[in-house]
Write a protein that binds this ligand. Structure first.
Ligand SMILES: Nc1ncnc2c1ncn2[C@@H]1O[C@H](COP(=O)(O)OP(=O)(O)OP(=O)(O)O)[C@@H](O)[C@H]1O
Length: 258
């Protein structure tokens, strides 16, 4: 089974620990949800898996493993795009407003050695895969001409440029309206079913977890406090942090998502 894992990850800002001894494993074809209260360390965990921690922070422990083999820092960097795609929240902030979407694809694909014509065909194919009926129009657009939901789909297509085995999706549906959220979730489901991609899905929304995740890890104060299959987590949460998340969720949305 093809896997990507982190083991014993620790991240600090100076003397302040932010992520403490976190271990997670992704497998192809499965969705691991990562949930928890704000500031729990979810985003830092995602960034550390790609060697992308901000310069002010230090990884003080832990390693990234591919199929059980420990990777050196250079090998972790080489995973980006090729083995692991990244989708973040607030897609508008991720695009250069001065260049077209086509240029974003051209630069990404050229960096991976694809000639111009082949890159244009590939970009159009990926945009069709994420649901655009007119990929050429999207390629000619600037980010400000597209809605947040359209940009999120474009970001997903960009993340797929090199056929990654894994996708790290950090709050991919935050800031989107409900109908668009549903579209993005359906696309992620499609990626898992059709491409066999393995997904780490960071979200604060337990409805999203109930719909997509096979397994769930709950983070609080920089630690994983509970990790198990999604049904078990909803039916018999063990840790007080998980119980609190479920209580808040059911108070807001009722019991229908159980
Ligand atoms: N560049 C940074 N410098 C210092 N502290 C940081 C930095 N980035 C994040 N932190 C701190 O690290 C902790 C974990 O942040 P992180 O963004 O991983 O949390 P999160 O679980 O993703 O939260 P949210 O759900 O709000 O996105 C927080 O206390 C945050 O303030």
């Amino acid at each position: 089974m093809s896997t990507l894992a982190i083991q014993g990850l620790c991240v600090s800002a100076g003397a302040t620990p932010l992520v403490r001894d976190v271990s997670l494993q992704l497998a192809r074809g499965r969705v691991l949800g990562l949930v928890g209260t704000s500031g729990g360390g979810k985003s830092l965990t995602v960034l550390a898996m790609l060697g992308l921690l901000p310069p002010a922070l230090r990884q003080t422990g832990g390693q990234v493993l591919r199929d059980g083999a420990v990777l050196a820092a250079q090998q972790v960097a080489a995973l980006r795009g090729a083995v692991v795609g990244l989708v973040q929240q607030s897609p508008r902030a991720c695009f250069n407003p001065l260049v077209t979407i086509g240029r974003h694809f051209a630069e990404t694909l050229a960096a991976h050695g694809l000639a111009r014509r082949a890159a244009a065909d590939r970009a159009a194919g990926l945009l069709a895969e994420v649901g655009f009926a007119d990929p050429a129009a999207v390629l000619a657009s600037y980010a400000f001409q597209l809605s947040g939901g359209m940009l999120q789909r474009v970001m997903l297509a960009l993340a797929l440029c090199r056929d990654p085995d894994f996708l790290l999706a950090d709050e991919p549906t935050t800031d989107l309206d409900l109908a668009v959220q549903a579209q993005i979730l359906a696309l992620l489901e499609q990626m898992v079913a059709q491409r066999g991609i393995g997904v780490l899905l960071v979200t604060h929304d337990l409805s999203v977890i109930a719909r997509l995740a096979d397994d769930v890890a709950v983070m609080q104060g920089g630690r994983i406090v509970e990790q198990r299959d999604v049904v078990g987590l909803f039916e018999a949460p063990c840790h007080p942090a998980t119980q609190a998340l479920l209580r808040t969720h059911f108070a807001l949305y009722g019991e229908a998502t159980e």
